[in-house]
Write a protein that binds this ligand. Structure first.
Ligand code: GTP
Ligand code: MG
Length: 496
């Protein structure tokens, strides 16, 4: 295994450059409780689109499907841009917009009406902040997209992690308004934390939209746009993105809907010769997934509806009505009764799709989010211990990282307490080779290989075999302290 390339793919080389060390936000202790509560309610559907959606024919619709997560600092305009996309693609009528305009005005939040399309909870509308990941669907020429609108506020980072871990591509929204880009980008701003998390969680391509170009402090200024691009570029590189290949910058106004469905008018922005947002989304290329691989669908939610229904994104393989599968880690044998893709019943579905699957053979209360619906012949590994390579980002109060360190592990849809039981060896940042000296503790910026234990069995895979199920983050008291990848699993683990 080429360790150097491997490290790069997890942006573990970022510690070499100072500007690559990510500085996640300081979460006050009282915020932690909010985070924990929020973890219970991670997903909401945007109902404005349901009618349009149920008329769509999914089977026989050969367009590819991609999950796109909207990330970025609080108030950057993620929900407004997401709402505008739905409006421009004809899924929200004028009457609904007028209703939202009135409601926003009544709450003294006039400019928030577009965000109300995505922010459907009363709490979100009152505070003007997304809490749960909003979901909605739209199509371009080549692709069916599911939008996952993540919250920007630092208290809700676990919800953002859940959204990003289901995403194929990301739209990083940056506000160009005077002072707002700066706050988001500085130490403690979520622009940095979100980029680092997105990369770790497998979001390989980013569209970086410089938003609020209409704002009176910006006025479609080329200088401001160039300034943001030039400051973001080194940071994105240090976070492991190949900026030329994997990142596309473009200016938009989410609120006005400009440079979104059609290119911005030259009279307003004479210097922009690039694509609009829909074109850029349409053109994004990602590595095709293997429809014949072993079936893997991490379960993000479940409910009772004439049986047990589980919800998730297919990370590998395909599923058909009538298939026998296993729910891991509890090895429950189940049968697929029905498959729903964007609310349409389908007989089979391939990788990359967001599905609801009705199962027989298991009760809803016997499933937890983070369980994985898996092939019987090649079930996903279920373990209580694994070996991983970690990059330490920023420990609380610059604490040292030793055996006995406890944190919350976020891996695909799993959120579980874990303990570092042994540090095996440290990786030399220069040579990228394991150091011979025995290691008892490490500090910020270090790369270390260690043994990690969890109390309850979790489903995972080696990063080398299955990146999406083998990358993770460690968080303590509301802060991301490390990112990592699973390098070894106990040998007996996967026997079903
Ligand atoms: P969180 O969900 O809390 O992280 O915020 P968000 O990124 O979803 O931001 P949201 O869409 O709620 O917008 C925040 C504020 O910025 C609202 O007042 C919007 O009207 C305003 N805003 C968003 N996009 C634009 C834009 O293109 N131009 C201008 N002028 N204002 C915008
Ligand atoms: Mg929002």
């Amino acid at each position: 295994m080429d360790i150097e390339e491997d490290i790069r793919s997890l942006q573990l080389d970022s510690a070499e450059e100072n500007n690559g060390v990510v500085n996640p936000g300081d979460a006050r202790p009282e915020e932690v409780e909010v985070v924990d509560k929020m973890e219970e309610v991670k997903h909401k559907e945007v109902s404005a689109v349901e009618d349009a959606e149920s008329q769509q024919e999914t089977e026989g619709n050969n367009k590819r499907h991609l999950n796109v997560v909207f990330i970025g600092h609080v108030d950057a305009g993620k929900s407004t841009t997401g709402g505008q996309i739905l409006f421009l693609s004809g899924q929200v009528d004028d009457r609904t917009i007028q209703k939202y305009e009135k409601e926003a005005k009544d709450k003294s939040r006039e400019s928030w009406y577009m965000a109300y399309i995505m922010d459907t909870n009363e709490e979100e509308r009152i505070k003007g902040k997304t809490v749960e990941v909003g979901r909605a669907h739209f199509e371009t020429e080549t692709t069916r997209f599911t939008i996952l609108d993540a919250p920007g506020h630092k208290s809700y980072v676990p919800n953002m992690i859940s959204g990003a871990s289901q995403a194929d591509i990301g739209v990083l929204v940056i506000s160009a308004r005077k002072g707002e880009f700066e706050t988001g980008f500085e130490k403690g701003g979520q622009t940095r934390e979100h980029v680092m998390l997105a990369k770790t969680l497998g979001v390989t391509k980013l569209l970086l939209v410089v938003n609020k170009m209409d704002d009176h402090t910006v006025n479609w200024s080329k200088e401001r746009y160039d300034e943001i691009e030039s400051k973001m570029t080194p940071f994105l590189k240090a976070s492991g993105y190949n900026v030329k290949k994997d990142v596309q910058f473009l200016p938009i106004s989410g609120l006005m809907g400009l440079n979104m469905k059609t290119r911005v008018d030259k009279s307003l922005c004479p210097w922009w010769n690039g694509p609009c947002l829909f074109e850029a989304l349409d053109r994004i290329e990602i590595t095709p997934r293997d429809p014949n691989g072993p079936f893997r669908m991490p379960i993000i939610d479940k409910f009772k509806d004439m049986g047990t229904v589980v919800m998730g994104k297919v990370e590998s393989g395909s599923v058909r009505e009538g298939d026998s599968l296993l729910v891991m880690p509890n090895k429950a044998q189940v049968k697929v009764l029905a498959i729903y893709c964007d609310d349409n019943r389908v007989r089979h579905a391939g990788p990359g799709e967001n599905l609801r699957i009705r199962l027989s053979g298991i009760e809803e209360e016997d499933i937890l989010s983070g369980f994985v619906l898996s092939s019987v012949a090649k079930p996903v590994a279920a373990v209580t211990e694994f070996i991983a390579q970690l990059q330490i980002l920023e420990l609380l109060d610059n604490a040292i990282f030793t055996a006995g360190y406890k944190a919350v592990l976020h891996i695909h849809a799993v959120v579980e307490e874990c303990e570092i039981v042994e540090l095996l060896h440290q990786i030399d940042l220069k040579t990228k080779k394991p150091m011979k000296k025995k290691v008892l503790f490490v500090k910020n910026g270090a790369i270390v290989v260690c043994r990690i234990q969890v109390n309850n069995s979790i489903c995972t895979e080696k990063f080398a075999d299955f990146a999406q199920l083998g990358r993770f983050t460690l968080r303590t008291e509301g802060k991301t302290v490390a990112v990592g990848k699973v390098t070894e699993l106990p040998t007996v683990s996967s026997s079903a």
